[in-house]
Design a binder for this molecule. Structure first.
Ligand code: ZN
Length: 572
């Protein structure tokens, strides 16, 4: 099909600086559903999206009823009649009256960790050993011969027997394949006999538990198969690392899950060179279905991409930032606080990076031209971050970030806008922590915790994410949390410190254009405007209108990246 450039789209192409592309494409075939995502020169989809209600994320034109896409890029957004007239030569894709929003971007998450988690059988919620065996059997179907079968999430308190299991409980079903299963709290592991044999016959005779660990024994003195805390290492040292094939499989599952929930972008908060190489290989092979803004970890990845940042024509991967850790987390009292924990006198938490080392790392990162993204949870870590960034004379153009910005001294809130620091926050952290956060912090400090509204009103930029797999992937949970300060059971009534709630356009912005901005992706993604990639999500309901609890049940009908459906589909 020929597509001579006509007036309307020419104007848009000109605006986007894409006119040469138009001329090139004039003789190209268009394919509504085919094409690869990689920059291998293959044809990207072209179509006219109609019968749709679009929230564009563009303040100059917030809603629309049609959108035309050529070669994966948006060429026009507007009124259905006008676009049908102007772009009638394009294949029509009907959204059957559904709602479309810009592709959602998770500004802080861990595809790598989700991938590894998906390589283990999920045993959370199992009510008996029989149920566990059944889930393990299902998971085993994906494993190659000799591969260890891993799982996590068992809890003997939920079984009729309540007692700790033994290796014999697994042996009948898995006589040869080593099985290694983590308890729900991470403080116990359960192995079968094949796993112990793979380590050493000593365990079957009667090994000693190391200090800090505990070992259960059978009547004959051999290890029962359950290892507590530091005794886990007796077997753990022998568990082989995931193979490259397995990690590929895990990443595929993680990407599928992201697409299923409407994510078209993820900011990967800390990766090494092998993770980066996997992302690049996936992109080259047309398998990377989510745009990745990857933050390099200090070490080889930091050195490799210093002053040699990575980007691609297809905008699928960008590497120009680093991830630094300052402190731990609030739940385990690892967050660094200026005053002691309210529920643990004398404890101020932990700074994982010394102030001098942090300052040096920030200086080196800035010299590399990196965006600096630092994990800070406690008010002391946040103060140190702000002081250090300020002393290093960061500029707003560097789009430097505070990952989490979770507990802020009230005096520090205004400094984000003043210094041009982005607050990269995760709304579901608030609704996961709200049951005990005030115990840790007391009634005064809690006012500067998860303070989205205070930050936004002070002029700070927000980028929202989930921190999956710490929290769930589904961004609708974060959308709902940010809007209501309630959990998915709608607790507490009226919301937890509801003065920090945001409204829907603010939340949508933080999960789209705000997130894109924080990853230098705003020129190409984050809103539905001419010239940008056609990254969008088709929803089964209008999340900007329905009652807040209904947002929780939102189904993503289809997810498009560069005009290609990477999840679901629309009938032509
Ligand atoms: Zn994280």
């Amino acid at each position: 099909m020929n597509m001579p450039p006509h007036r309307t789209s020419s104007v848009n192409f000109l605006a986007a600086g894409l006119l040469p592309l138009v001329l090139l494409l004039a003789a190209c075939q268009t394919e509504p559903a085919g094409g690869e995502l990689g920059d291998d020169g293959s044809t990207r989809p072209s179509f006219l999206l109609t019968d749709v209600f679009i929230y564009t994320g563009n303040p100059d034109q917030p809603v629309a009823t049609a959108m035309s896409v050529q070669e994966g890029r948006i060429v026009a957004v507007g009124d259905a009649d006008a676009l049908s007239e102007a772009h009638g030569d394009l294949p029509v894709l009907s959204a059957a009256g559904k709602t479309v929003i810009p592709g959602l971007i998770d500004a802080h998450a861990h595809l790598r960790n989700l991938a590894q988690m998906r390589l283990s059988a999920d045993l959370v919620g199992t009510g008996s050993i029989e149920e566990i065996i059944a889930r393990l059997k299902e998971h085993e179907k994906h494993l190659s011969a000799g591969e260890w079968l891993r799982g996590r999430g068992w809890d003997q308190n939920d079984w009729p027997t309540v007692a700790f299991p033994t290796r014999m409980d697994l042996d009948a079903a898995f006589p040869d394949r080593p099985v290694w299963l983590e308890r729900i709290d991470g403080h116990a592991m359960w192995a079968n006999t094949a796993a112990l044999q793979a380590v050493s016959d000593n365990l079957l005779k009667g090994a000693e538990a190391p200090p800090g660990g505990q070992l259960f024994r059978l009547e004959d003195g051999s290890a029962s198969g359950v290892f507590i805390d530091d005794a886990e290492h007796l077997v753990g040292v022998a568990v082989p690392p995931f193979t490259s094939d397995a990690l590929d499989r895990g990443l595929e599952m993680a990407l599928e899950e992201a697409s299923r929930y409407g994510l078209t972008g993820v900011h990967e908060a800390g990766v090494d060179t092998s993770d980066i190489n996997r992302f690049i290989r996936f992109a080259d092979e047309g398998r990377l279905t989510v745009r990745v803004h990857a933050m390099a970890e200090p070490g080889p990845a930091f050195e490799r991409y210093c002053s040699d940042h990575y980007s691609r024509e297809d905008d699928l991967i960008g590497i120009r930032s680093v991830k630094i850790y300052l402190d731990g987390a609030l739940g385990s009292r690892g967050a660094a606080l200026m005053q002691e924990y309210s529920d643990d006198p004398g404890n101020h938490g932990l700074m994982r990076t010394a102030p001098a080392d942090f300052a040096e790392l920030v200086d080196r990162a800035l010299a590399c031209g990196y965006q600096v993204n630092t994990h800070a949870i406690g008010d002391s870590a946040n103060r140190l971050l702000l002081d250090t960034y300020e002393a290093a004379r960061i500029t707003p153009e560097g789009r430097h970030r505070n990952e989490h910005a979770q507990i802020l001294a009230l005096d520090d809130i205004d400094r984000f806008a003043t210094l041009g620091i982005i607050a990269s926050m995760q709304p579901t952290h608030a609704t996961s922590d709200m049951y005990w956060a005030e115990d840790r912090l007391g009634p005064h400090r809690i006012k500067g915790a998860y303070a989205w509204r205070s930050l936004l009103d002070s002029g700070a930029r927000l980028a929202f994410g989930s921190d999956f797999p710490v929290e769930q992937v589904n961004p609708m949970l974060g959308f709902h949390a940010a809007l209501t300060r309630q959990d998915d059971q709608l607790w507490p009534e009226g919301g937890w410190y509801p003065e920090e709630r945001l409204d829907r356009p603010e939340v949508l912005h933080a999960f789209t254009l705000g997130a894109a901005w924080s990853g230098f992706q705003d020129k190409d993604t984050g809103s539905l405007e001419p010239g940008k990639w056609a990254d969008f999500v088709v929803l089964d309901r209008d999340i900007m209108q329905v009652a807040p609890p209904a947002i929780l049940g939102t189904r993503v009908e289809a997810t498009f990246v560069a005009g290609r459906a990477v999840h679901g589909s629309l009938a032509p």
